[in-house]
Design a protein around this ligand. Structure first.
Ligand SMILES: NC(=O)c1ccc[n+]([C@@H]2O[C@H](COP(=O)([O-])OP(=O)(O)OC[C@H]3O[C@@H](n4cnc5c(N)ncnc54)[C@H](OP(=O)(O)O)[C@@H]3O)[C@@H](O)[C@H]2O)c1
Length: 273
């Protein structure tokens, strides 16, 4: 496993992070916890979840997995609420399910952050509530997760208060960062020394499904997942690529992609023609 620094947080993060977004109550608890222990033993230290994922089950599973190993784990969760009262309720619930007394990274769960969301966060007490939690020591760093660029995100970045951003970027979706790292909200956030965590690092299966549809016979032997993950890791502005790891085998192949540093692509050469 290779490591990167998560922007101004200074945290030394594994470049593959666990994404708990696809965990559902019908998924077996013991298999998931065993898989997460194998991931930790293989060097993974970043875990992303949310109160909303599996109705709290995702946080509960991560809580069971980090028990006894809390100090070496970086736990990122979110609030579904953007108002102070709702944020307090969400955070207390997360702390309980995660079995911890602090959250490493707390993110406003987006979305696209429409005008009313942005208003609630910036002027309705949402950001102030996050900063208070940071001051109290319940939360170490703050950020937001977003599916794409919006005026709201530009305003969040401009405050200079956020430590990180979780954002959509991959081979298919490039509007958050040009190949030269000069235009887009990823370079804007990096200019504020924010850490960059990727959701949909391997296109949430959209590219794979498209390829299988177009080339049903040819794709059987092609390792598209490794190619896509390597593509995302080839962007030097990216600190963590989240993956919804499900099986021990997922831990092993993603680790192999991380360690195969000689395979990184020159994105400027590819896109700059
Ligand atoms: N707004 C946010 O904060 C946000 C949004 C997305 C992801 N994330 C984070 O990023 C992590 C990685 O996410 P990812 O999308 O990149 O997952 P991924 O690791 O690419 O995994 C994709 C898997 O999820 C399934 N999947 C994709 N979209 C789905 C959907 N809308 N509903 C149910 N299943 C779906 C796919 O199944 P098929 O075979 O059916 O395609 C595939 O098995 C998540 O676990 C989460 O932590 C955050």
């Amino acid at each position: 496993m290779q490591y990167r620094t998560l922007g101004k947080t200074g945290l030394n993060v594994s470049e593959i992070g666990y994404g708990g977004g696809r965990v559902r109550p019908e998924h077996d608890e013991i298999s998931l916890v065993n898989m997460l222990h194998h991931a930790m033993d293989s060097g993974l230290n970043y875990f992303d979840t949310a109160p909303d994922y599996g109705g709290g089950y995702s946080e509960t599973i991560i809580g069971k997995a980090i028990a006894g190993r809390r100090k070496s784990c970086i736990v990122a969760t979110k609030t579904e609420a953007y108002d102070p009262d709702g944020i307090a309720i969400d955070v207390e619930g997360s702390l309980q399910r995660l079995g911890t007394d602090y959250i490493d990274v707390l993110q406003f769960h987006g979305g696209w952050f429409y005008a009313e969301d942005t208003e609630r966060i910036l002027n309705g007490g949402g950001l102030a509530a996050y900063l208070k939690l940071k001051q109290e020591g319940k939360v170490r760093f703050i950020g937001f997760s977003a599916d794409g660029p919006s005026g709201g995100i530009e305003q969040f970045i401009a405050t200079g208060e956020f430590d990180m951003m979780q954002i959509h970027y991959n081979l298919m979706y490039q509007s958050t960062c040009d190949a030269f790292g000069r235009r887009g909200i990823i370079p804007d956030a990096v200019a504020q020394e924010m850490g960059i965590v990727l959701m949909r690092s391997t296109t949430s299966n959209a590219f794979q499904n498209l390829m299988k549809h177009c080339f049903p016979n040819e794709m059987a032997d092609v390792d598209v997942d490794s190619f896509l993950l390597n593509y995302s890791l080839s962007n030097p502005m990216v600190n963590v690529a989240l993956m919804s790891l499900q099986r021990i085998d997922d831990v092993d192949w993603t680790n192999a992609v991380s360690d195969n540093v000689d395979a990184r692509l020159d994105l400027q050469a590819i896109h700059g023609r």
